[in-house]
Design a protein around this ligand. Structure first.
Ligand code: PXP
Length: 247
């Protein structure tokens, strides 16, 4: 099976744009569950530009499904995870000036910080994934530092324009997924996935989980969030059913 984690950061972005108390991320989480979300994913950024501490606390205590907390490798965030105890933590690189998470974590270049963050959040009982580019060395480094899972950054695949570039980026994802599976670490993927490009990635049998936000929340403006989540799940499951057939 393949799980869908729904990233609801953008609901908080809309709320914060008006300085109102709504739309509430917790309400979005419930709507996503109605649509079939397997987990809720939120990114608590250093600048709190969308999700805030109180959102994570409410979602962690009010949900029947797992919470996946995306966070940077900082002591502040380890303390948050220790207090909130989400089921899963995904470690991501963070730069203040970026609009969204632009690249994967440089695990080898920040080995000590990543390793000690992993230790800290594991001590709180969370499983840990590392958000990395689809790159062999990064997969090996993630395994070395003791990650339970990798989340492959699919942004380059999603933004590739030519058919050749799409295939090249997809093959990099497939190779990274295969390597991780051989090493015995779980494989997730996400970033930039939408209703048109999800199928190749969802069809890969090594991938157990996709985390998708922007495309679902954007579609939800027109269809409603539960239906938007259900449609994404249908695409993912169809890709699995068709896997192995000529597409
Ligand atoms: N996974 C991670 C680690 C992310 O940082 C993001 C973006 O917040 C996503 C998945 C979801 O990306 P998108 O919003 O483009 O679907």
């Amino acid at each position: 099976m393949i799980r869908l984690g729904v990233n609801i950061d953008h609901v908080a972005t809309v709320r914060n744009a008006r300085g109102e108390a709504f739309p509430e991320p917790l309400a979005a989480a419930h709507a996503a569950i109605l649509g079939g979300a397997d987990q809720i994913t939120v990114h608590l950024r250093e600048d709190r530009r969308h999700i805030r501490d109180a959102d994570v606390e409410l979602i962690a205590s009010g949900l029947a499904i797992d919470l996946n907390l995306e966070m940077a490798c900082t002591e502040e965030m380890v303390a948050k995870a220790t207090a909130i105890k989400p089921q899963h933590v995904c470690l991501v690189p963070e730069r203040r000036e970026e609009i969204t998470t632009e690249g994967g974590l440089d695990v080898a270049g920040n080995r000590d910080a990543v390793a000690s963050t992993i230790q800290g959040v594991k001590a709180a009982g969370c499983s840990v994934s590392l958000f990395i580019d689809p790159d062999e060395a990064a997969v090996l480094a993630a395994n070395d530092v003791g990650a339970d899972a990798i989340e492959i950054h699919t942004g380059r695949y999603a933004s590739a324009k030519s058919p050749a570039a799409i295939v090249r980026e997809f093959l990099a994802i497939r190779q990274a997924a295969t390597t991780a599976k051989q090493l015995g670490i779980r494989v997730h993927a996400g970033h930039g996935l939408d209703y048109r490009n999800v199928w190749r990635v969802a069809a890969l049998p090594e991938i157990e989980e996709l985390n998708i936000g922007f495309a679902i929340i954007s579609r939800a403006l027109f269809t409603g969030l539960s239906a938007a989540v259900r449609q994404m799940r249908d695409e993912m499951l169809r890709a699995r059913e068709m896997a192995g057939q000529d597409l």
